[in-house]
Design a protein around this ligand. Structure first.
Ligand SMILES: [Cu+2]
Length: 373
């Protein structure tokens, strides 16, 4: 645990030193220093900026995304709307302190940073060479995972409430929909330690008397046809999703772990989950498959800036392949969910597996371009 904290601290420090050096690198004709902050969907690059306090600095925000952004450095600038492609420059004189930089529209999704007046800013040498857009990608992915686990806690509570109320129909209805938020973060399941088996083990994965989690409850709801006697499992489920929500805030995530984890998950989806093994009692497998694909796509999209610099055609190609999976799943959508998986023919399953396989194959070629940590 301690090593992990130091790791996170070091990353922030290295990043802010790097930016400080950057900010100093550029000077305007009147001798002010100048900093450019790129505004992406939905994060700042750089996210942490350090400049010399008490001196004017020209700060330019450029909206590089396709969303409208409303940016502000609290205490230094007014709220400012930036259309896609738009740009604004402020001349600011920060005190020796840190100011919150944020996006009014996306602050709740973690679109925040720090603009700091710091002594010695610009004189410090970068001690590492982080790639800011990749660092931001990892931060953006963590924000995504935090959002999903927060939704998981809420939806798991509704699911358990329905079970506790003895409402079998509602419990069954909420089962697949609740799991979506977990299945979306499965690219990093391996980093979750024993929480993954506690939450998501299938029958027979381990000793019967240690089997807990979603699938144990699934068996009760569909095979035993009951909502009673599940206290032990529902209590643990709620406690485990809450632990998970805390854990993802600090687990170590690297660019290659995120992409490799997505490739492995898509391979598992197209090779073994496609048989219907995961939700063998409820046949809600399409919820899981769709969520695995959505979560992998989210993991891929955060690297957009980095990957489009390297190879824009490859980025587009993978996006198209993700859309083809979505098209392959579309005929089986029903209401706000999916049809029973047992209704699919072998041919249907083959089409879906092929589409997932194709994107996994293309995605597996991306990791070589990414830094290891
Ligand atoms: Cu799973």
């Amino acid at each position: 645990m301690r090593f992990l904290r130091y790791g996170v601290f070091f990353t922030c420090l290295a990043l802010s030193l790097f930016v400080a050096a950057c900010g100093q690198a550029s000077q305007t004709p009147n001798g002010n220093s100048a900093v450019t902050i790129n505004v992406h969907d939905n994060y700042f690059d750089p996210k942490n900026v350090s400049v010399a306090p008490g001196k004017p600095v020209e700060v330019t925000f450029i909206n590089k995304g396709s969303n409208v952004h409303i940016i502000e450095i609290l205490g230094l600038t007014a709220e400012t709307t930036l259309q896609p492609g738009g740009k604004v420059t402020f001349t600011l004189t920060p005190q020796e302190r840190s100011y919150k930089m944020y996006d009014e529209l996306y602050v709740s999704q973690g679109m925040v940073g720090a603009f700091s007046g710091a002594k010695n800013a610009g004189q410090t040498q970068a001690t590492a060479t982080p790639v800011p857009s990749v660092q931001n990608a990892v931060a953006a992915y963590r924000d995504y995972v935090e959002g999903q686990t927060s939704d998981l806690v809420t939806s798991a509570q509704s699911f358990v409430d329905a079970i506790n109320a003895g409402d079998l129909q509602k419990s069954r209805d909420l089962y697949g929909k609740t799991r979506i938020f977990y299945e979306r973060i499965e690219p990093i399941a391996e980093s979750l330690g024993d929480l993954d088996p506690r939450l998501d083990a299938r029958e027979g994965d381990g000793p019967a008397n240690q089997w807990t989690g979603f699938h144990r409850i699934e068996k009760a709801l569909w095979v035993e046809n009951t909502t009673t006697g599940l206290d032990k499992y529902t209590t643990q489920l709620i406690s485990d999703v809450k632990t998970l929500q805390q854990q993802v805030k600090t687990i170590k995530l690297s660019p290659t772990d995120i992409i490799d984890g997505s490739v492995e998950l898509l391979n598992e989806a197209s090779h073994s989950k496609i048989t219907g093994e995961e939700d063998r009692y409820s046949h809600t497998d399409l919820y899981d498959l769709a969520a695995n694909v959505e979560g992998s796509q989210a993991a891929f999209i955060v690297f957009k800036d980095f990957l489009t610099q390297k190879n824009p055609a490859q980025y587009q190609d993978i996006q198209t392949k993700f859309q083809q999976v979505e098209s392959a799943l579309r005929p089986f959508r029903s209401g706000d969910g999916f049809v029973d998986y047992s209704k699919l023919t072998d041919n249907d399953k083959h089409t879906i597996a092929n589409a997932i396989n194709t994107v996994a194959e293309a995605l597996s070629k991306v990791a070589v371009n990414l830094p290891q940590s």
